[in-house]
Design a protein around this ligand. Structure first.
Ligand code: FDA
Length: 399
């Protein structure tokens, strides 16, 4: 098979790869987009419960984790949430804000995929899909990509193959392997935005609480590493989940506890002690004023309190103990549900190797890395797609 030559080869036709290919193609560059999957952009399709939380109106560098925290600033400021919203509007896709600036499609994530595909078509992007890549080499100024569709030559290569999350829909370590092959550093990876688990015996008393959801405050770590969120928590059979836990999981380190306040805004010990003379209800009924009744009952049982007890008969010390157990619940997760369930991968290509302007590796002219493959990880809430769009545009404008 004879080789085919392009200005730009983008490997990975997900969020970042399609954006980059479209921008480069519309600048008049000849672009080929290569992906090993049989279905296009599966991660966009399943995102946001099928409605794709495609950006966050308030996205800024403070919503990203990285060992090089200022790196994302440049790309994010050159392609903002308003820019992406403008694109969505031009394609007449209906959307709405759900919570804290999170924007979702009214109908389906498919609309975003179709929009990106149309943008690639407008840039005359060539597709190789499904197509696997065996090897990427460089001789002189040209990259040689050995693929199942033959050899492809390109002046620039953009690696947009994402992270390790959800291997069953095609996630691979391709980006990290290529980085290492070309002598670039990779920041150690771990699952992020992921439910946390507890060792079986320790969690046994809480198993009956599975399915209960409530708003909590959660925090972990100290100083620069500190994470804090006020969000919903969900009890599961194996541990804790819900937005509060997904958010804090990206800050959480093994062997470090989480502190949860299950009653934000209420100083329970003070409220119980102050009510001793006047509140005649049972302990179970009092707690059910603030908590789901199944949690109130379960919590008293787990902590050895009698649900029917009257607070007037209880010593202040016991009421303080109960208050603390809910206002400062300290737990030590034993692990997480891993890449199988993680929405993102923390770590990745060390951004100190890359140009903020073009996402190109300083040591390897022509080689770029974008999207989740890089060590830039957003919070839950549309921030990860915004990074995919912004880094894709940065590379697409430079190649
Ligand atoms: P992405 O993973 O999108 O694309 C990588 C592409 O590379 C894939 O098409 C893959 O097939 C291809 N590929 C991988 N290895 C390859 C190889 N060896 N050869 C060839 N091709 C290869 N974010 C957000 O902002 N809002 C949201 O609503 C959600 N929701 C959400 C739900 C779930 C369940 C998950 C798992 C994740 C999210 N996310 C999210 C995160 C978001 O999906 C993610 O950050 C972006 O898709 C990352 O975009 P990339 O283009 O970098 O990788």
């Amino acid at each position: 098979m004879s080789s085919q030559q392009f200005d730009v080869a983008v490997i990975g036709a997900g969020a970042a790869g399609m954006m980059c290919a479209a921008v480069a193609g519309q600048r008049g560059r000849s672009v080929v987009l290569i992906d090993h999957a049989t279905r296009l952009a599966e991660k966009i399709r399943i995102s946001g419960g099928g409605r794709c939380n495609f950006t966050n109106a308030g996205a800024g560098p403070q919503h990203y984790l990285s060992q090089n925290p200022h790196f994302c600033r440049s790309a994010l400021s050159r392609y903002t949430p308003q820019d992406f919203i403008g694109l969505v509007k031009r394609h007449r896709i209906g959307f709405h804000e759900k919570h804290k600036g999170q924007l979702f499609c009214d109908d389906s994530a498919e609309d975003i995929i179709a929009m990106l595909k149309a943008e690639c078509d407008a840039g005359h992007v060539a597709w190789r899909m499904p197509c696997s890549v065996a090897q990427v080499g460089k001789s002189g100024d040209l990259f040689r990509i050995d693929t199942s569709a033959g050899e492809i030559l390109a002046s620039s290569v953009v690696i947009a193959t994402g992270g390790l999350s959800i291997p069953k829909i095609g996630a691979t370590d391709f980006a990290y392997r290529i980085a290492k092959q070309f002598g670039l550093k990779v920041v150690e990876t771990r699952p992020g935005l992921v439910p946390l688990t507890f060792d079986g015996r320790g969690w046994e008393p809480f198993v009956d609480l599975a399915g209960i959801a409530l708003q909590v405050e959660v925090e972990t770590g100290a100083k620069k590493e500190r994470g804090y969120f006020l969000e919903d928590l969900l009890f599961t059979h194996r541990g804790l989940s819900g937005p509060a836990i997904l958010q804090i999981s990206s800050f959480w380190q093994l062997s470090t506890p989480l502190t949860l306040n299950l009653l934000p805004g209420v100083d329970l010990a003070e409220a119980l002690i102050a009510g001793k003379g006047t509140i005649k209800k049972s302990l179970g009924n009092i707690l059910a004023q603030w908590l789901p009744s199944r949690l109130a009952e379960g919590w008293l049982k787990v902590n050895g309190f009698d649900t029917g007890a009257r607070i007037a008969d209880m010593p202040d010390k016991a009421l303080r103990q109960l208050g603390d157990s809910l206002n400062r619940w300290v737990v030590l997760p034993s692990g997480s549900e891993g890449y199988r369930k993680a929405e993102v991968t923390l770590g990745g290509i060390d951004t100190r190797e890359l140009s903020q302007q073009s996402m190109m590796a300083a040591k390897v002219p022509g080689l770029h890395f974008i999207g989740e493959a890089t060590d830039v990880t957003g919070w839950l809430g549309g921030y990860n797609f915004q990074w995919a769009w912004a880094s894709g545009v940065a590379a697409g404008s430079a190649v």
